[in-house]
Every structure is written in structure tokens, then in C-alpha cells.
Design a binder for this molecule. Structure first.
Ligand SMILES: [Zn+2]
Length: 483
């Protein structure tokens, strides 16, 4: 089965084919850097990372571009309201550039902590003003955009496909328009490409006037074109980006280049918290630090945010993160058990025992991710492997094969399984041996006390027929058996 993805544009599953063999041009709508990104934002970026990982495992070279919006994103996502970054700057009595710089740096730290592979480029909107103006001037010249004073608007009526991505029609948009629409617009759905405001702090001179700044939508069209060319294979974002943002990007890019913009549009469903919308008012726009403060690892958060299907809503609660943490521990544990079975210590009958089941689980994992990145189905395949390992039904060569797969395919795809072999400090290993000796001598009080000591040192133990398995509680890395 080839890789298939759900395309928001056509509303169906489609086989994945790229414009150029072996190369994927992928653009991800990135953050507007006026505040710390929260776990809901990260769901979309983690999806982009998982997609990129699976494409690379499938043999593609992925040219991934994720933008940083540091100007022009207004509070209402369209043409009204203050610039989000300038509003924050006013609140903190800081320079808007200081705000965007601080949050951009924080964003990169968070992405790294979450184990996201770095994109090829993270273009900043403020550094692509000439590219935006080139497109805006081109759109005016081609008759798709018009000037109104020093502002420039895109005329949606000139682009018949406007509404195809989101399922809106220009007529409906007309009917639904608010009464307070700006009078200089020819149609209420027309959107700003360039806006003029002498009070805007981040502004540029252009042929349209002295004090202008770009609209949010043109930024992505221009940055995608600059770094990936006129056509993309994949464009991703959160479901809230579909309209108006992505609809407008299509209208701008396709009218300007005369070519289809992106082949596949992929969107991540919202993250809910405690069954509802995240909001500043409820104080549940959690950051990575909030997650750490509750005693969870960012690695577990990554797992929690990618383990559901990206097109299904995901509800986040601390209980669900706790549960995800223990499922992830089981995946870490799978690696420890496979390593042990590979060494022949697990006691399965023959080296080849279980080889067929391992083959099936590996094929199922791949088929699941080829099926529109069905992570829950892929995880079920890993759990089938774990069941085989737990029941000690894997011979040494079957276990070796499974271990290679988990390390080089499953972990590479998911980015959060602990596959490093743990090491023990000499004093810890000595304590484990001392405890073994105490158990042998049936001195259970001594043995229990030593086990408690080890727990305090962050080491958990499991007694098996072949010997003791141990694990670092925090990192999940483990090993054994220690006889
Ligand atoms: Zn965008």
C-alpha cells in the first residue's frame, strides 16, 4: 500500500505523490510570536514533525519550512483589531521587536525539548517584506487586488475558486458579513494584503504609502514561494487556519503564479482541555513549564499529543497525560525486554520463535502510518510486540529483528521512546547484587529495604526468572538481567 493522506481540499484520502520524485516541499504555518506557545499549538507542530519523520523514513527528502509570524497578525485574524504583537508590547511596555524576539527564542527551545526535528528554514515575516510587496504589486497589476487609499485589498470575486478549501461561498460570506465592514472594501469578504497605519510600530515604506505593514495571509504565500517555489506538495496547519488564512493563501498564490499552490492540505484538529476550549480566562493554555511543574516529562507530553489520530479531536487532562506516561513506559519497557530476549536470556524455545508474529507487527505498524498517519493503529502493533515479549515468546533472532525495528523505525517515527541502553552507577549495581543475595538468603526485610533505597535513587526493579530487570524511573532507560 502506498502512503495515503487526507486532503482537506478534496475531502478525501489520496495517494501521496510529489511534484518532483523523492522530494517533498512542505510548508507549516508556524506561530505568531506574541506569547508562549501552549500545548494546543504544539499539537499542530508535532503533527508536522510526525509527518516529516514518516516521509523521511519512507525515503523522501523533506524540505520543511515553518514560518514565524512577527508582524501583521491582527487580533481578529482578519482585517480588524490591533496587531497581536503590538498589543502585547503595549501591555508589557516593551518594544514589539523585543516581544517577538523573546517568544521566537522560547519557541525554538520548546520545539527542541519536544524532540521536533529542526525545519530547514524558519522564515520571519518581517524579513520578507520585499517578497510580499512583489506579490502584492503583481496581484494589483493582474487585477486581483485594488488600492483603497494606502491600503491594498484582494478582491475575492475575481478568484472563482475562493471558498473551495473551506466550503464557504462568496455569496454566503456576503450574507454573513458584519455591518461594520470597512467601507473602502468592494466586497465584505475582500481581505487586506497591505495596510497603512501611521501608529503601527512595525511599518515599512512602499509604493502604496509611507507607513504600511503586510496582512497575515500574504506573509505565508510570500515566504512559501521564496523558500519552496511556486508550488508545494504539502501545506499544514491547525483546523482554525482553514478559513480565512489558508483560503486566502490559495487565492493569493494561485492568482499570482497561475499554478496550483499546494497539492495536499493537511489540518490538525483542535486540542481541548478538560473537555472544553482552551482559554486564557480559564488558565488552561498550558505551556511546557506548566507540564513540568506538574511533575510530567516533556517526552510524555509529546507522546500524549501524537498518540491520537491528528484528525480526531483530542481532549487533554492531567489524568490523560498520566495515562499516556504509563503507556509510554510500556514502550520503553518493550525495548528493555527485546534487548534481553535478543541476548537469549528470556528463555524462548528456539532463536526463530515468534519471527512470523514480529514480521506481522512490523508490517502492521508501517501500514498504519501509511494510512494517513494512523498513530493509534501503529501503537497497537507495538503493543502486540510487547505482548510477545512479556509472554517470553520471542527467540533471540526474532527479538533482534523486533529491536532493530523499534529503534530504527518506530522510535524514529514517534520520537519519544527511550531506546538508549541505560547504565548503572557502580554503587547502584552493587546494591542490586546485595539485594539478590539477601533474597537468596530469604532475608526479605533486608531485600525490601534495599529495593526502597534503589527507588529513592530513581531505579525500579522487576524480578524475572532470568534475573533482575532495572529501569531509570525518569528517563525510562533500563537493562538487565542482573543475576
Ligand atoms: Zn500561514
Amino acid at each position: 500500500m502506498p502512503f495515503e493522506v487526507y486532503n482537506t481540499l478534496t475531502r478525501k484520502l489520496e495517494p501521496f505523490r510529489t511534484l518532483e520524485p523523492g522530494i517533498v516541499r512542505m510548508y507549516n504555518c508556524g506561530p505568531t510570536v506574541y506569547g508562549r506557545a501552549h500545548i494546543g499549538n504544539f499539537r499542530a507542530y508535532l503533527f508536522a514533525d510526525t509527518l516529516r519523520r514518516w516521509l523521511e523514513i519512507s525515503g523522501y527528502e523533506v524540505r520543511q519550512v515553518m514560518n514565524i509570524t512577527d508582524v501583521g497578525h491582527l487580533l481578529d485574524d482578519a482585517d480588524a483589531g490591533e496587531d497581536k504583537i503590538e498589543a502585547q508590547a503595549r501591555k508589557e511596555q516593551l518594544d514589539p521587536w523585543a516581544i517577538s524576539r523573546r517568544h521566537t527564542e522560547q519557541f525554538f527551545r520548546d520545539l527542541e525539548d519536544l524532540g521536533c526535528l529542526p525545519a530547514r528554514v524558519y522564515p520571519k515575516a518581517s524579513e520578507h517584506i520585499p517578497e510580499m510587496l512583489e506579490m502584492i504589486e503583481g496581484l494589483v497589476a493582474k487585477g486581483y487586488a485594488y488600492r483603497a487609499g494606502e491600503d491594498v485589498y484582494y478582491e475575492v470575486a475575481k478568484f472563482p475558486r475562493y471558498g473551495r478549501l473551506s466550503g464557504n461561498s462568496v455569496a454566503e460570506l456576503d450574507a454573513g458579513a458584519r455591518i461594520d465592514v470597512r467601507e473602502e472594501k468592494r466586497h465584505p469578504a475582500d481581505f487586506a494584503l497591505w495596510k497603512s497605519d501611521p501608529h503601527h510600530l512595525m511599518k515599512w515604506k512602499s509604493r502604496f504609502g509611507e507607513h504600511g505593514f503586510p496582512g497575515w495571509h500574504i506573509e505565508c504565500s510570500a515566504m512559501a514561494r521564496r523558500h519552496l517555489g511556486d508550488r508545494l506538495d504539502v501545506h499544514t496547519g491547525g483546523e482554525d487556519n482553514i478559513f480565512p488564512h489558508h483560503e486566502c493563501e490559495i487565492a493569493q498564490s494561485e492568482a499570482f503564479t497561475g499554478q496550483p499552490f499546494a497539492t495536499y492540505w493537511m489540518h490538525t484538529k483542535f486540542l481541548q482541555v478538560d473537555g472544553g476550549k482552551m482559554s486564557k480566562r480559564l488558565g488552561n493554555c498550558y505551556s511546557l513549564d506548566d507540564v513540568r511543574a506538574k511533575g510530567f516529562t516533556v517526552r510524555a507530553l509529546r507522546f500524549c499529543l501524537i498518540r491520537g489520530h491528528y484528525r480526531q479531536p483530542l481532549n487533554f487532562t492531567w489524568d490523560i497525560l498520566r495515562e499516556a506516561t504509563s503507556v509510554l513506559e510500556n514502550l520503553d519497557d518493550l525495548v528493555v525486554r527485546l534487548r534481553r530476549a535478543q541476548s537469549g536470556a528470556a528463555g524462548a524455545a528456539s532463536a526463530d520463535a515468534g519471527i512470523e508474529e514480529v514480521g506481522e507487527a512490523m508490517a502492521e505498524f508501517r501500514a498504519a502510518l501509511d494510512d494517513d498517519l494512523n498513530v493509534p493503529r501503529a501503537l497497537a502493533a507495538l503493543m502486540a510486540l510487547r505482548a510477545l515479549a512479556l509472554e517470553e515468546r520471542l527467540g533471540a533472532s526474532a527479538a533482534a529483528q523486533a529491536l532493530q525495528f523499534v529503534v530504527h523505525v518506530a522510535q524514529r517515527a514517534l520520537g519519544c521512546i527511550q531506546v538508549e541502553e541505560g547504565s548503572l552507577a557502580a554503587e547502584v549495581e552493587a546494591k542490586i547484587r546485595e539485594r539478590n543475595a539477601a533474597r537468596k538468603a530469604r532475608d526479605f526485610a533486608r531485600s525490601d529495604a534495599l529495593r526502597d533505597d534503589l527507588v529513592r535513587l530513581g531505579i525500579t526493579l522487576e524480578d524475572t526468572k532470568a534475573g533482575v530487570l532495572w529501569k531509570h524511573k525518569d528517563s525510562g532507560a533500563g537493562g538487565g538481567p542482573i543475576a
